[in-house]
Every structure is written in structure tokens, then in C-alpha cells.
Design a protein around this ligand. Structure first.
Ligand code: NAD
Ligand code: ZN
Length: 300
């Protein structure tokens, strides 16, 4: 079964077509679905597998860096709704994930960088050695050695897997995976999901979260600089300086991680450690956005 390319096809319509193809092929409860593609294919095919005849076994073969380090780990599957991304879904663990980094050879550079920001997020969150490896990687990962890429993928998967093993359903610990995502989601939303790749928005969000942490005295100056320059090395990212700060703040408040009107942020306290800070002030977010805008000039 082939599905059309692009996030907008992670939809009910495509899902119905996939169910239809399954029926035409005569798939029964003993069938195994193999999801071959990026995160869009993984989420949609996994959701089809979770729901067709009340559930089939499935195997995931991720072909993008995002899918290798993020969407293939944790068992979340689902589709978008016209009113909201990832609105409809469930948990359905694949029986196996088969990752072959050689698929990345044909991936467009911008998609590779998008995944690299998620790898960097894992490093800042929980893996200092991975952070050092990324610092030594060539700028924008151009021509990174295959074994280094393999190691980075394995490390990033381990970070996410350890967290989701302890907290599969996202009540407590799993929230730390949102490092960089509170601001990142807001940047994506205010630009209609067209300006930034998800990873680029997360890259900006990492700088914002690191700055807030530093401003609160939770993160040292040196660690802040190291994080921000590691993000910039993967860049350049589309600009943020022309965005309306109040629009961004409103989008941050709408984010589902906001509880009781307070802005909850995951903040780094050193490379490899984070805390969940429940009461970040709007003024801090405004200042973080100014710092991010000021950083544009530093990009290549
Ligand atoms: N389930 C989860 O936990 C989870 C986590 C993160 C992201 N996601 C989801 O993943 C999706 C994003 O995934 P993505 O970044 O992989 O996007 P994607 O699946 O749209 O793939 C990006 C682009 O790369 C192309 N492509 C895929 N593999 C290729 C290859 N080897 N060579 C050349 N081109 C290739 C695709 O056709 C597409 O155009 C989003 O829908 C997001 O919600 C899910
Ligand atoms: Zn993400």
C-alpha cells in the first residue's frame, strides 16, 4: 500500500484507504503490518495496525532520522484531524523496529537536520557523551561518519526508550521529552506549520529553554553557551525576529502542557539533566524570544 507524501495525508481519508487496501488484500487477524517510511507512515500505519480488526501485529522500518530516534520509540500512533495535529491516536507497540542508517543517504539535508535537533534534545536532556559527540560532528552533520551516526541514533533511542519504559502513558516523567517543545510547538503554530520543520522549531525552543534556565540561575553561563552554539551548528533555521511575541505567548498558553494557567517548561540544569519548572512567567518567555531573535545574526 502506498500513501501520498506529506503531513497533511496523515489523515482519516488516508487511513480509510489503507483499511480498504487491507480488505482487498484479504488481511486477517494473523497479518503483520510493516510500516516503511518516515514518521508520517509510522504513525498512520501503526494506527491502522492498532485498529484494523481490533489490532494486528506490526513492525516499523523507519527511513528518516526523526522516525529512527523519535517516532519509532514509545509506541504512540495516530493521525491528524483538521482541527488539531495528532488528535486521534493510541498506543500500539511494534513487535520490532528495524533501523538501517543507510536510508539516511537519500534524505534531504533539511530533513536530516530536523532529526538532528531531536538528537541534540536527547543529549541535553540525558546524555552528556552524546552532546560531546554532536559538538565534534561536522557543521550541519554534512558527511558525518557512518559509525558516529549509528552511535548517535542508538544513544538517542536509548534516552527516549529509558524514559518511556518508566512512563509509557505520559503522566510524569515522560514530560521531560518536551524539552524545547513548549516554545517549539508555539513557533510552529503561529507560522501555520509552514515556516519551520518541527526540528528547527525545537532547536529554537532549546535555546529559549536554556536561556530561561540560565536567567533563573539554574544553568551556568558556559553550559548555556554550549547548548546554544550546538543548536546553531546544526542550523541555519528560519527567522523568529519578525514574529509577534504576544501571538507566540498565546500559542504557548494553548499548548496542552500548560496546567492551571501557569507555563510549565522543561529546563536544563546542566548538560544531561533537566527539571520540570511549573511556573515560568510570561515576562521570561518574552525575554527569551528577544534573545532568540538576537541570536539570528550569529547563524551562518
Ligand atoms: N509517534 C511519535 O512518538 C512521534 C514522534 C515524533 C514525530 N512523530 C510524527 O512523525 C511525523 C514526522 O516524521 P518525519 O520527520 O519522518 O516526516 P515524514 O514522514 O513526512 O518524512 C519527511 C520527508 O522525507 C521523505 N523521506 C522519508 N524517508 C526518506 C528517505 N530515506 N530518503 C528520502 N526521502 C525520504 C518523506 O517522503 C517526506 O517527504 C509527524 O507526523 C510527527 O507527528 C511521531
Ligand atoms: Zn519533537
Amino acid at each position: 500500500v502506498l500513501i501520498p507524501d506529506g503531513e497533511r495525508h496523515k489523515s482519516q481519508k488516508t487511513l480509510d484507504d489503507v483499511y480498504g487496501a487491507f480488505v482487498d488484500m484479504g488481511l486477517g487477524r494473523d497479518a503483520v503490518v510493516v510500516a516503511f517510511g518516515g514518521g508520517v507512515v509510522g504513525d498512520l500505519a501503526g494506527y491502522a495496525a492498532a485498529t484494523y480488526m481490533r489490532g494486528l501485529m506490526w513492525v516499523q522500518v523507519p527511513t528518516t532520522l526523526v522516525a529512527m530516534v523519535d517516532s519509532s520509540v514509545g509506541g504512540k500512533v495516530g493521525i491528524n484531524h483538521p482541527k488539531a495535529k495528532n488528535l486521534v491516536g493510541t498506543f500500539h507497540q511494534p513487535k520490532a523496529v528495524v533501523t538501517d542508517p543507510s536510508f539516511l543517504q537519500t534524505l534531504p539535508a533539511r530533513e536530516l537536520q530536523s532529526g538532528a535537533y531531536e538528537v541534540l534534545k536527547c543529549a541535553v536532556m540525558a546524555d552528556r557523551a552524546l552532546f560531546e559527540a554532536l559538538r565534534e560532528a561536522p557543521e550541519r552533520l554534512a558527511g558525518w561518519e557512518r559509525v558516529d551516526v549509528e552511535n548517535a541514533i542508538a544513544s538517542a533511542c536509548r534516552v527516549k526508550a529509558e524514559i518511556v519504559e518508566k512512563d509509557e502513558r505520559e503522566d510524569g516523567l515522560r514530560r521531560v521529552l518536551n524539552l524545547g517543545h513548549t516554545l517549539g510547538h508555539a513557533l510552529e503554530a503561529v507560522t501555520g506549520y509552514r515556516r519551520f520543520t518541527h526540528g528547527e522549531a525545537v532547536g529554537w525552543g532549546l535555546i529559549g529553554a536554556a536561556w530561561i534556565a540560565r536567567h533563573r540561575g539554574l544553568l551556568g553561563e558556559g553550559a548555556y553557551d554550549a547548548i546554544a552554539s550546538a543548536v546553531d551548528r546544526l542550523g541555519p533555521r528560519p527567522r523568529v525576529s519578525d514574529l509577534d511575541t504576544e501571538h507566540v505567548l498565546r500559542a504557548v498558553r494553548r499548548d496542552k502542557k500548560v496546567r492551571q494557567g501557569k507555563l510549565a517548561f522543561v529546563l536544563p540544569t546542566r548538560i544531561g539533566r533537566v527539571v520540570v519548572e511549573p511556573s515560568v512567567q510570561p515576562a521570561e518567555v518574552r525575554r527569551a524570544l528577544r534573545v532568540m531573535a538576537g541570536r539570528e545574526a550569529l547563524q551562518a
